[in-house]
Write a protein that binds this ligand. Structure first.
Ligand code: SF4
Ligand code: SF4
Length: 411
């Protein structure tokens, strides 16, 4: 925000603009690009700072201009009926454009772009009906910055079950191997560098609560280094089932034991009398098996097997574009990186969709390796494992998706 004569510029402008006619303001006693004095008197001035018209106390229809102290153009704004309307362009002091966007009736509309001072694009996105539907970001060197909405980290390998709708049915995980502490820290440190501030789910094809010291250590590191991130845990509840506890008691006990913002207890066996959806303050939900929603054969791993046994329903196969690899990062307990929750290192058909190991490459490098795949599924051109995918648009595959099992809709 800029200042004029020790006041925020909007305040000074409000106090000094005419009811009608030309408003022309000159720089005076310049401190820096954003601070200093101003005058309405040409003879006192040190170059034009603002110029636009007023009509009945509102900005008149048409452009408004602002200049840097250097004399270079800083902004062109467009107004109609006292509202932002039309093209708004900003420039850096070196003459490079810094942003361009369009307003319609006081709201963002259509494409918007921002640039660094070196001319490199900083971000580009689109607004539709005043809602941002997409934005891509780049570093100053042109490197695209991944904007994951959800990150799954498998902090250890073990699951006590082999559910027939899970790829653990084919590749059981009844052994305990913890993710290396250094590997976990490397992931979190990279996310700190990327400024990640959304959701981390501390589970994948494992049962997180089978190893409380592990999950608590990892959650504590996330809390410490990424304080804005929300932590999610999904559990089969087996480690808290004893003694005929109902769902409420179980949720209370789990919440005492772990520090998570979202907890989902899967009632796969339909054992709990009580069923509830997300509770308002604690983010706790219990899901019964039949309310899970779109079942998916995990990128073909379960095609014709387990829950997806004969007759295999090919009517359900995905036809719509997929944005999962743009929005999801998944790292298994060995550090293997992929961008879809379905892919696993154990399945030979998925090997081309494991884009490296965090011990060898960075998340951004893996993301770059996945560019062709990401762009392809976003255009509904599906490689083999995706050809069997029944994951319906909705989770990460529409403009305003939800995380988890429709847990929350968010941008
Ligand atoms: S409990 Fe969860 S991770 Fe374990 S086999 Fe079942 S669905 Fe898979
Ligand atoms: S189409 Fe299915 S398997 Fe392929 S990336 Fe998307 S969600 Fe994953």
């Amino acid at each position: 925000m800029s200042n004029i004569n020790d006041k925020p510029s909007e305040v000074w402008i409000k106090e000094n603009h005419p009811e009608n006619g030309l408003f022309r303001v000159y720089w005076k006693d310049i401190i820096d690009n954003y601070d200093g004095g101003a005058t309405l008197d040409l003879d006192e001035g040190e170059g034009l700072r603002y110029e636009w018209y007023y009509k009945d106390g509102e900005r008149a229809d048409g452009p408004s201009y602002a200049w840097w102290p250097s004399g270079n153009i800083k902004q062109i704004r467009s107004y109609k009926d006292g509202k932002c309307d039309g093209l708004w362009i900003d420039w850096h002091d070196n003459g490079q454009k810094s942003s361009e966007k369009t307003y319609k009736d006081d709201k963002y509309d259509g494409l918007f772009t921002r640039w660094f001072e070196n001319g490199q694009k900083k971000s580009e996105g689109t607004y539709k009906d005043a809602e941002k539907i997409k934005e891509t970001f780049w570093y100053e060197n042109g490197q695209e910055i991944p904007i994951f909405r959800k990150i799954d980290i498998e902090t250890h390998s073990y699951c006590n079950r082999t559910c027939d709708f899970c790829s653990d049915y084919i590749y059981p995980r009844q052994f305990m191997k913890e993710m290396d502490k250094g590997v976990f820290s490397k992931i979190i440190d990279e996310l700190v560098e990327l400024g990640y501030d959304r959701y981390i789910f501390l589970f994948r094809y494992n049962e997180p609560l089978s190893n409380l010291p592990n999950i608590n250590r990892c959650a504590a590191e996330v809390r410490k280094k990424l304080p804005k991130v929300k932590i999610g845990i999904n559990t089969n509840g087996d480690y808290y089932r004893k003694g005929g506890r109902d769902g409420t008691e179980m949720a209370d006990m789990i919440q005492k034991d772990i520090d998570a913002d979202y907890l989902t207890i899967m009632d796969y066996d339909d054992k709990f009398e009580e069923f509830w959806d997300e509770d308002e303050d604690g983010g706790v939900r219990m899901m019964k098996f039949d309310s899970i929603g779109n079942m998916c054969d995990r990128g073909g791993t379960l095609k014709g097997k387990g829950y997806f046994d004969d007759p295999y329903n090919t009517d359900e196969l995905r036809t719509e574009a997929c944005y999962e690899p743009e929005r999801v990062l998944a790292i298994d307990y060995l550090g293997n990186i992929t961008f879809c929750c379905n892919f696993r290192i154990e399945n030979p058909a998925h090997k081309d969709f494991i884009f490296g190991n965090i011990e060898d490459i960075s998340i951004v490098e893996a993301y770059n390796r996945a560019t062709e795949f990401r762009e392809s599924v976003a255009k509904s051109i599906f490689p083999d494992p995706c050809k069997y995918c029944q994951m319906k648009p909705g989770r990460f595959s529409r403009d305003n998706p939800s995380i988890g099992n429709n847990m929350e809709t968010y941008e």
